[in-house]
Every structure is written in C-alpha cells, then in structure tokens.
Design a protein around this ligand. Sequence first.
Ligand code: DQA
Length: 149
Amino acid sequence: MSAKSVLVLHGPNLNLLGLREPEHYGNATLDSINQALAKKAELANIELETFQSNAEAELVTKIQGLATKKADFVIINPAAFTHTSVAMRDALSAVKVPFIEVHLSNVYAREAFRHHSYFTDIAVGVISGLGAQGYELALDYATKQLNRS
Ligand code: DQA
C-alpha cells in the first residue's frame, strides 16, 4: 500500500516566524516547525509536503493542484487570509480534501476581526492558541485518521 500524504500550507507572514511578534506567535521559526513535522511524518510513514506563500493566488493554485495530485489530508494556517479569503475556502471546498485549521495564537482572545474565519465551518477541526505544537497535534490526528482508512 502506498504511503498516505499530508500537505501543510502556511499563509502570509508566517515566513517571519521567530522574528514576528513572539508574544503572539512564539520563538519557533517556520523552518524549525517544518523540520519537526517532517521528522514526525517520516516516523509515521507519511509523505509530507510543506508550502508557504504570501500570495493568495499561489495558495489557491496550490490547493487546486490537489484535484490532480491528491493529498490525503491538509493542515492549513491561512494566517491573515483566515479572515478574508473566500477564494481559498472555495478552493478547499472544490477539492474536497479534509483539513485542519491551525493558528499559533488564540485568535478568539485577540481583536474582534480575528474571531471570524472563512474556514472553520468546513474544517474537520480547529486548533488555536497552542503555538507550534498545534501543527504537531494536527499531524498526529491526521496520521491516526489515515491509518484507519
Ligand atoms: C494566525 C492568526 C491570524 O489572525 C494572523 O493574521 C496570522 C497568524 C495565527 O497563527 O495565530 O498571521 O493565523
């Protein structure tokens, strides 16, 4: 049986992790988060791809690509696009790949404009406020689900 695959998508400004507002986003860099996920995925025999972009169009195109190069599960931190992007939501609905929405910070404890997400109601689940560990917990969940199917 071929290995299951997980795509991890990071939205705008997450390339600045480590430097950017550590009081909200912690000290881990995006590279260190991706490396920890890669290690975990390897141990679980999951094929992992990570992708970050500051451009909504690139993220939409990457999601659309799942129609042909299917991943079995997506973990996505849409970052600021969480609160604005109907286009990314529609792309996820179109390809019908189950996904978990992750936020490093607890968006519900922050400004009111961060309380609304265009993704939450179509996500399998949401992890918000657990820092970089949120991605690892999401990968644990995806791995368990994929090993069941
Ligand atoms: C974020 C929360 C968003 O509101 C914000 O725009 C981000 C990061 C988080 O991971 O906590 O860029 O998604």
